[in-house]
Design a protein around this ligand. Structure first.
Ligand code: SF4
Length: 330
């Protein structure tokens, strides 16, 4: 469900579970997962700094909202656990610590538990299957245990990959050491929000900046510099918001493409390892060949142009004009 206005206003007063991966973004990156959030953008949000671009509920966000009840039912059917909704909770002593869990698990001997329901795309689904739970999701559940109290010692994350209609749930045990680290990091971040001490900017080439709602005011000149010689000034271009949904769609696809390519390379490495030096193997309905192809020669055209310009002129041939489609953040 979309956030109620009062819930949205309450979120401005502290840090919720889904924001933990942003506060601990360096740990997420160190774990090998992709870091999505930027602490400075979160700071801007909490300080109420007006954004350059409006918040848009993208397809994956809307999909997550629509499928949450279905995933919760799947978990209930799978485990037989009783689950129920729980209102937004705020820590009485540390008002910046807050949480809205997807469901509370009740009636089990281990005490109350936390259930998070995630609808994920293909890339994340295969990443989870290959490597297990991403740290960002684990942080969210652990934050739930922390804010709700020490009696919360267990829970689960239920995943649905809607396109493939595959479902899986993973248990998550309370990890007090991780919780203590999270609480300290969040307290330091919140102190920065209250004392107007913003966290560091990311490098302007970071992919997170390209889709950030504060990117113009935060990185403006550097983003223009990143555009190189193609564009002298963004001010001269037409603004055509009718194309915006297509541009967002293209950016999402590009990001999925990069992630799936990285996963494909990783799986191919595992297959090569599994082949153990064999050059040909038949598996999974495919003949897999991994043979050395003898190297050859290529012409170093730069050197030829410099050192043998007559030869270069004799053999060069015209190249057709091209018209690539390029995207630069503004
Ligand atoms: S532009 Fe980059 S550094 Fe600045 S707030 Fe956005 S993501 Fe963070």
């Amino acid at each position: 469900m979309p956030l109620e206005p009062e819930h949205a206003a309450a979120r401005m007063k502290g840090i919720g579970g889904s924001e933990l991966a942003t506060v601990l973004h360096e740990y997420v990156a160190e774990s090998g997962d992709k870091a999505y959030g930027c602490p400075l953008a979160l700071y801007f949000e909490k300080r109420g700094v007006p954004a350059d671009y409006p918040f848009e509920e993208t397809g994956p966000v809307l999909r997550g909202i629509a499928l949450e009840p279905m995933i919760a039912n799947m978990y209930q059917e799978e485990t037989g656990h009783t689950i129920r909704r729980l209102r937004h909770k705020v820590n009485k002593e540390r008002s910046w610590e807050m949480v809205s869990i997807d469901r509370q698990i009740v009636g089990e001997p281990a005490g109350p538990g936390v259930l998070e329901c995630k609808s994920v795309g293909q890339a994340i689904w295969f990443q989870i299957k290959a490597k297990g739970l991403p740290l960002s999701f684990v942080l969210q559940v652990q934050w739930g245990y922390h804010v709700l109290g020490p009696q919360y010692k267990w829970g689960a994350i239920a995943f649905l990959w809607a396109d493939g209609w595959e479902y899986h749930s993973y248990p998550v045990e309370r990890d007090q050491e991780l919780i203590d680290l999270m609480a300290a990091k969040v307290a330091a971040f919140w102190k920065g929000v209250e004392t107007e001490s913003p966290p560091k900017k990311l490098k302007y080439k970071d992919p997170r900046c390209q889709a950030c709602r504060w990117r113009s005011s935060c990185q403006g000149d550097d983003l223009i510099e990143a555009a190189g010689q193609d564009i002298e000034s963004f001010e001269e271009a037409d603004i055509d918001d009718a194309l915006a949904p297509k541009v967002h769609h293209r950016m999402e696809l590009k990001s999925i493409e990069k992630e799936t390519e990285a996963l494909r390379i990783e799986v191919e490495g595992e297959i090569v390892e599994g082949m153990g030096g064999r050059e040909i193997v038949v598996a999974g309905g495919h003949r897999i060949i991994h043979k050395t192809i003898p190297g050859g020669f290529v012409v170093d055209t730069k050197r030829m142009k410099k050192n043998a310009p007559k030869v270069f002129d004799k053999w060069k041939k015209p190249k057709k004009d091209s018209k690539p489609l390029k995207f630069y953040p503004v």
